[in-house]
Design a protein. Structure first.
Length: 256
């Protein structure tokens, strides 16, 4: 195997596992509009639909903890799980007293069967994996750790709207620097490539996001194959009915 082949293989792995490297301080700089008010609206919708949980809740891909903070305000006993160590460190600093925070991959949850009454996944934390079979594996893990008839909420993007409103290229100001963003539809996924410059100049850092685009019926079928039955479909955090032009696709339901 030549060095060029090795470099290509390493590059392919980094692209496939982009989520292991991206979620840190630069990610938070790029999404400052994803704030506590938005988290409060998402959690409020979840509680209106699911009601008080029976037992503990698991916030899957909890990030820096903005939804965990809202769950705590509502009196929910919640556990946060994420793969990003930088985001978990931020979450730890923001919780007083702290929630239980766990670092793990959602394809292999370190919890016993039927450990939780509710599992939530907010702000498009699903569809990251290179293989669709891994998405199914993540759904099976959600079902495994849910109690019988336990509730779930999956907050996802609206694939049709992503395709229709795609901005192929733009440059944005970014907290003392700038970011050049290109977006494309590649196969069944939307891919965003970012070059970020800091205020000190120098070479930009480069990052990638890749999210599989599931139509609502396809995502519901995937969940159903794992034993998760969708009972509600919303288009935003206000609980509006889902439509082709909706900003979000929010699915809620229960384990079989």
């Amino acid at each position: 195997m030549t060095s060029e082949t090795v470099d290509q293989a390493e590059g392919d792995r980094e692209t496939a596992e982009w989520f292991r490297h991206w979620f840190g301080e630069e990610y938070l700089r790029l999404y400052p509009h994803r704030d506590q008010a938005e988290a409060a609206a998402a959690v409020r919708l979840h509680l209106e639909v699911s009601g008080p949980p029976r037992g503990r809740s698991l916030d899957l891909a909890c990030g820096e903890g903005r939804h965990l903070r809202e769950l705590r305000r509502a009196g929910i006993d919640a556990v946060g799980l994420d793969l990003s160590l930088p985001l978990l460190r931020l979450a730890r600093r923001s919780q007083t007293p702290p929630f239980l925070l766990v670092r793990a991959d959602m394809r292999s949850l370190p919890f016993r069967r039927a450990s939780f009454g509710v599992v939530t996944s907010f702000f498009t934390s699903f569809g990251y994996f290179a293989e669709a079979s891994d998405d199914v594996g993540a759904a099976l893990e959600i079902r495994r750790v849910l109690q019988p008839e336990g509730r779930f909420l999956l907050d996802y993007l609206n694939a049709a709207q992503v395709r229709a409103a795609l901005v192929p290229e733009e440059t944005l100001d970014l907290d003392g620097g700038s970011v050049h963003v290109t977006r494309s539809i590649e196969g069944d996924a939307v891919v965003k490539r970012m070059r970020i410059w800091s205020g000190q100049g120098g070479r930009p850092s480069e990052h990638l996001e890749r999210v599989r685009l599931y139509a609502p019926a396809d995502l519901e079928a995937l969940l159903a194959s794992a034993g998760l039955v969708t009972t509600h479909r919303f288009g935003d955090y206000e609980g509006s009915p889902f439509e082709a032009t909706s900003a979000r696709l929010v699915l809620a339901g229960s384990a079989e």
